[in-house]
Ligand binder design. Structure first.
Ligand code: ME8
Length: 514
């Protein structure tokens, strides 16, 4: 990522049929760290998240609970929204697909496909997995007619659907992927999509008869059908971009000119489970209406728990909010982002969580406490006026490493480099022995230099850790006498001379691992 001045970033919109778990939290926190980092280096960000509220999955869950689908959606959207507040997510917009504006954009989108001759009606026979909200052909199925992805039973469906002529865009899509080698990252996912595209691409069923799925957006050209939930959901990215004004007459809605809006999106961040929908369905649909495709798609890996798939029936679903209650939001954010190499899979266990937490407490937290305590003890809490250049080289190198890692979306590498800087600073304390310098009346200038250097490194760490630990770094900034967390540029050049530092409780209290 080399963010331009304006950057539009999205997460998937999560199904409003269940509560957020660490998988959802991971994607959203990763997006948040990317957004905060981009803002740190001066980019204007538009960060979108939200909930996916139509289709049989929601319809069935509402029926099971004996409530109206919209009641269920209100409840779940409220739950996701509250979770993101608690996890310090700095999104600019939370979209719900039941909003009128979105319904109007989807309607206009479908009408546009229809007007451009991109849709036809045909009989369909196949197998449908409600959990994944997708059709499978007979040959795809697992044993005893199960979904090849999730293993649940599938329903046999015979009905008339409307189809989007997706197959007509197969060549154009392959060409786009080949000409833009970073369009899908990481490479492994790009190869997966190219592999998928080696088979003839079928057309995409984009509707459901209302008799089966009433909870959806009605097709503008046939009121007996609702839109396929994935078409409805993917279009959320367009709705929020402000490109389409569906209140205008056809021809003036913005499909010809997206300037002035956030479209095309700079980055769709998704889990690897939904790469096909984002890298095949969505761009071909956009080609079908004549809009530019998103600029990049990043698919991350999968969280499992103690090396086992997370599932309600096993009862091992990790609740990020409970973790946050126990260890604090910033610790959850740090763990998830430091532990999972972007793009790869990772396994949650309480032992791994405690190991990562230990870094916060014993390395970063410990450094902050001892430096602030020493400035208190030896200099009455006022940062001495000395150059404080003792760790300049290391600070400069860390900012460079972090920027370079973030440009490649290697968030874990940027965070590892930041923690290494804190380790180096702890080593500097041991080497300089400020307690000995304090005892030596001839070493006052050296002690000043030691303390000033350590305060500067804390300012740098404040900036470097802010994207992942915004709340604790705001607290640290206050304790160092800043009005706000310094930006990367400010932190590199800052002097804290004369600032009063404040002691407080540990930023990351040590936990009893038992
Ligand atoms: O698919 N590990 O919603 P969804 C990592 N509504 N990430 C995980 C995860 C795990 N174990 N489990 C879930 C949908 N995720 C659609 C999206 S977008 C137009 C419509 C994350 O609620 C990951 O980002 O099933 C995955 O792609 C997403 O949640 C799926 O969320």
């Amino acid at each position: 990522m080399t963010p331009p001045r304006r950057w539009y970033l999205t997460t998937p919109i999560y199904y409003a049929s269940g509560d957020p778990h660490i998988g959802h939290a991971y994607t959203t926190i990763l997006a948040d760290v990317l957004a905060r980092f981009a803002r740190q280096i001066g980019t204007t960000v538009f960060f979108l998240t939200g909930t996916d509220e139509h289709g049989p999955k929601i319809q069935d869950e509402a029926e099971r609970r004996g409530i109206q689908p919209l009641e269920l959606c209100d409840l779940m959207a409220g739950g996701f929204s509250a979770a993101w507040t608690k996890l310090d997510i700095s999104h600019d917009r939370f979209i719900r697909t039941t909003e009128d504006e979105h319904k109007a954009v989807v309607t206009a989108f479908l009408q546009r496909l229809w007007d451009r001759g991109q849709i036809y009606k045909a009989a369909y026979t196949g197998w449908y997995c409600v959990y994944e909200e997708r059709f499978w052909t007979e040959k795809d199925l697992g044993p005893d007619n199960t979904c090849p992805d999730c293993g649940r039973g599938v329903d046999r469906v015979e009905e008339t659907n409307y189809f989007f002529k997706m197959s007509e865009y197969q060549e154009a899509l392959i060409e786009h992927i080949e000409q833009n080698p970073d369009w899908i990252v990481p490479e492994e996912r790009k190869n997966e999509v190219l592999g998928f595209l080696q088979q003839p691409l079928g057309d995409l069923s984009i509707s459901r008869p209302k008799s089966r799925v009433h909870w959806g957006i009605t097709l503008p050209f046939d009121e007996d059908h609702t839109a396929y939930v994935w078409v409805d959901a993917l279009a959320n990215y367009l709705t929020a971009s402000g490109a389409i004004d569906a209140t205008q007459p056809i021809g003036e809605q913005g499909f010809e000119d997206v300037s002035g809006s956030w479209w095309p999106c700079d980055l769709h961040l998704v889990g690897k489970d939904i790469i096909t929908m984002h890298a095949v369905y969505w761009p071909t649909l956009l080609m079908g209406v004549g809009l530019p495709v998103p600029k990049q798609i990043l698919a991350h890996g999968w969280w499992v728990v103690d090396d086992t798939k997370m599932s309600k029936s096993i009862g091992n679903v990790i609740d990020p909010l409970a973790l946050s209650d126990e260890f604090g939001t910033d610790a959850v954010r740090w763990f998830l982002l430091r532990e999972m190499p972007t793009g790869a899979d990772a396994s949650y266990s309480i032992e791994r969580f405690m190991t990562r937490y230990g870094e916060l407490a014993n390395v970063l937290g410990n450094l902050a406490s001892r430096v602030i305590a020493m400035v208190g003890k030896y200099r009455d809490g006022v940062v001495p006026d000395a150059p404080g250049t003792g760790l300049d080289e290391q600070i400069k190198a860390t900012f460079e490493t972090a920027r370079d890692a973030m440009a490649r979306y290697k968030v874990h590498e940027a965070l590892a480099a930041a923690m290494d800087l804190a380790r180096t600073a702890n080593g500097y304390v041991e080497d300089r022995e400020p307690w000995s310098q304090a005892k030596d009346s001839g070493a006052a200038a050296e002690l000043d230099e030691t303390l000033a250097s350590l305060c500067r490194v804390l300012a740098a760490l404040c900036a470097l850790f802010e994207p992942v630990a915004p709340s604790k770094m705001a607290e640290l900034a206050t304790r160092l006498g800043f009005d706000a967390v310094p930006t990367f540029d400010e932190a590199r050049a800052v002097t804290l001379a004369g600032q009063t530092v404040l002691k407080g409780t540990p930023l990351f209290p040590r936990m009893d691992t038992a």
